[in-house]
Design a protein around this ligand. Sequence first.
Ligand SMILES: C[S@@+](CC[C@H](N)C(=O)[O-])C[C@H]1O[C@@H](n2cnc3c(N)ncnc32)[C@H](O)[C@@H]1O
Length: 310
Amino acid sequence: MISDNDFHQLTSLIRERIGIHIPPGKKTLLAARLSERMRTLGLSSYADYHRHVLSDPAGELSRMTDAICTNETRFFRDSEQFSYIESAAIPAWIKGAPRRIRVWSAGCSTGEEAFSIAMLLLSKVPVERGFAIEVLGTDISGAALEKARAARWPSHRVQDVPDALRQRYLTSVPDSTELEASRELRNVVRFQKQNLWDWYYPVTGRFDLVFCRNVLIYFDADTRAGVVRRLVERLTPNGLLLLGMSESLLAVPAGGLGLEERAQPHTATPLRAVGPAIYARDKRYVPPRPSRPSLGGSSSAAKPRAPWER
Ligand SMILES: C[S@@+](CC[C@H](N)C(=O)[O-])C[C@H]1O[C@@H](n2cnc3c(N)ncnc32)[C@H](O)[C@@H]1O
């Protein structure tokens, strides 16, 4: 059992150091997740664990992050969004001159989302005509990223991959029931650690499509608005932002997107809904220079800091 005081101390620490908001309704869940770490460390109270995190922030903060994040994901999750990409987005992208098509899976967990879109793109984008494909997966959890980089799954985990894609891009691991990503598939996907709460995103260039599905739930309303704004700034004109099916932009409070006041006068709303939890960036929207904390995005109680400030 975790006391109200310990819960408050730990959730304040988590909010201030990594930006994750844990509401009172998640008290039992947090207690269970942290008690595993405490057992491993031989600590008998949450107060001791709090002290331990404070005294060893570099190592324990990231282990605590791994412990509190829920990494549930699967291949081709919410298939109606992938159908939209296949039937509407990819045909539009490949109508133009050959170029690099770039996708960012932000909050990619163990990588299934990134590999799903990579398989779809590899099967539909005519690389022989000069197109190239690049998929970036980022997550705050080092443990999840380690699994993503391994790119190996037990056979039951790949059930949702359409047969044709499975046969083409996943290969059997000798002497095992596991499958792994083919070299062709691995070559277009890369992973890197990134906390979406940070105001500085160390990713270069613009993306045709950004997934940020089932991640906004980790943030309070202000932080959610800031994250959405920073992701929109990384989209190409007409680029697509995909949210989780229960995380429509309505989840962001009215006016809280933080975009309107800085958008061009003729583009009051830089995002428009085009599909199931899919939003397109208005091509007339001119994003401002990269956001800084003072421009909003996180509450003043715990301003996000750049990595070098911690
Ligand atoms: C439920 S999973 C969703 C995975 C995938 N996007 C999907 O929808 O299947 C949520 C992921 O968000 C990650 N996450 C939580 N807070 C984050 C943050 N501040 N920055 C980046 N990733 C975060 C977690 O580690 C977890 O892997």
